[in-house]
Design a protein around this ligand. Structure first.
Ligand SMILES: C[S@@+](CC[C@H](N)C(=O)[O-])C[C@H]1O[C@@H](n2cnc3c(N)ncnc32)[C@H](O)[C@@H]1O
Length: 280
């Protein structure tokens, strides 16, 4: 193993940071602009060592690795991430796959609370036309750069991403969709302090908490406000927090949605719900 990585990994491990070696190697590879496999035997000069130490210090302060290296992979897409956006998670890939599986090519899709643009871009490179909203102008700036980064693949697939700033579906009034998708905030304000420090202290609060004591606040709003924008037989698909699937299913049924299905993430938790609007 690279000597600088070994020393850094010991410091990270001593601070109870998991996967210390892998994380240290990722940071050094990102710093040097090389692949992790090419680190073997690579010695650092003084300024490289100082820059690497600075990255390790940031990680010791519990800043997430992805903000330090500036990227995260989502369904094979390399996405820029900054502290203005939630780091896309593997469980969200299930929502994209479920939606794409049900939709015809070139469907009209809304992604509410797009953050980095992960859901929107993943569907656009699969040939769908996506309207993506977020309340945060800073998040939309990151999403816009990610759309630009993947422009060639989006165009080649015949897809599109239109970004709009505003509250939930508000910027989409007058449009109709085959699917409305969302991974909204689902943590009640009082639950925030129980989250791990990487999430609680670094990811955008607006992406995490509902701003109320109701963890289901945004699912209630989505059921009421998004459903009227969905064409008959179209879908409302959401990611939910662990343990929320049953309550959200009930909400959706009460809102007149049908054929609700729940889907498990890679760890076996029901984290994705897909419901349909009536056909007439
Ligand atoms: C959990 S993050 C999801 C980000 C991204 N879709 C993903 O799955 O990685 C929720 C996103 O919703 C946005 N948001 C929060 N409240 C909102 C609102 N009222 N209207 C629109 N977007 C909102 C946040 O800024 C954040 O980007």
């Amino acid at each position: 193993m690279n000597e600088a990585v070994r020393t850094a990994a010991l410091r990270l491990a001593a601070a109870q940071i998991e996967n210390a070696e892998r994380e240290a190697a990722w940071m050094l590879a990102a710093l040097l602009g090389v692949r992790r496999g090419d680190l073997m035997g690579r010695r650092l000069n003084l300024s490289e060592q100082a820059a690497f130490d600075a990255l390790i210090e940031r990680r010791l302060r519990r800043e997430p690795l992805q903000y330090i290296i500036g990227t995260e992979e989502f369904l094979g897409l390399d996405l820029e991430v900054t502290p203005a956006v939630l780091i896309p998670r593997p469980e969200t890939e299930v929502l994209v796959k479920q939606a794409d599986f049900r939709l015809r090519r070139r469907s009209d899709v809304a992604d509410i609370g797009t953050g980095s643009g992960a859901i929107a871009i993943a569907l656009a490179v699969r040939g769908h036309r996506v309207w993506a909203t977020d309340l945060s102008a800073d998040a939309l700036a990151v999403a816009e750069r990610n759309v630009r980064k993947h422009r060639a693949a989006i165009d080649a697939a015949g897809g599109a991403v239109h970004l709009r700033q505003g509250d939930l579906v508000e910027p989409l009034r007058g449009l109709a969709f085959d699917a409305v998708l969302s991974n909204p905030p689902y943590v009640a304000d009082r639950e925030l302090r129980a989250l791990q420090p990487e999430v609680r202290d670094w990811e955008p609060r607006m992406a995490l908490v509902t701003g109320t004591d109701d963890p289901l606040h945004y699912y209630r709003r989505m059921a009421a406000e998004a459903t009227p924008l969905i064409r008959p037989g179209g879908i409302l698909g959401v990611e939910v927090g662990a343990g929320q699937a049953e309550a959200v299913e009930e909400l959706f049924v009460q809102a007149g949605l049908t054929r609700v299905s729940r889907h498990r993430d890679h760890q076996g938790y029901e984290r994705t719900l897909v419901a349909e609007t009536a056909t007439s």
